[in-house]
Write a protein of this length. Structure first.
Length: 174
């Protein structure tokens, strides 16, 4: 299923949804009637949902559940987008299939945001979640959100990154 992208001009009027509201509105928008995967639920709750297209906090054209990849825009988040990111997490992470759901969700979130660097992925490939968590927070996006003059969007990204890191290692410090 491909969704029709709407003009950006009306983006200021669009409501942003978060948490369970975002999940429910996204399911309706994409006409998804199946059981919602817990990882998809996690991504939507964290990323939020805006029906249609909009410009994100960096001015990047984005659609729905924070989809900024032009090749994925207009595709069904549940049936066409999520399988790609779950696949990337599985391919990158040693023993992904036996990890607890919270850790799987955090790793898929890292893949979805694209803020996992080569070294973080290297630690995941070795199964070293503790080192991956520490390396993941050694990132400009994380530091920007911790700065005194950080915007709300930057703070939100930083907080999300810390939650992801702590899912891998509850004792990670940053």
């Amino acid at each position: 299923m491909t969704t029709e992208l709407e003009p950006i001009e009306s983006q200021a009027k669009r409501k942003r949804y978060y948490g369970d509201d975002a999940v429910n509105v996204a399911a309706g928008f994409y006409k998804y009637r199946g059981v919602i995967d817990p990882i998809a639920r996690h991504i939507i709750s964290e990323e939020g949902f805006v029906p249609g297209t909009y410009k994100d906090s960096k001015g990047i054209l984005t659609e729905g559940v924070g989809i900024a990849d032009p090749e994925l825009m207009g595709k069904n988040f549940f049936t066409e987008v999520m399988p790609i990111y779950i696949g990337r997490a599985q391919e990158t992470t040693k023993n992904y299939a036996v990890l607890p759901e919270e850790q799987q969700s955090a790793i898929v979130s890292m893949a979805y945001r694209g803020d996992w660097g080569a070294e973080t992925k290297g630690h995941l490939a070795k199964g070293d979640l503790k080192a991956a968590a520490k390396e993941y927070l050694d990132h400009n996006e994380y530091r920007k959100g911790k700065a005194k003059d950080a915007t709300d969007a930057q703070k939100g990204i930083s907080e999300r990154m810390l939650r992801n890191a702590r899912a891998l290692d509850p004792k990670v410090k940053k």
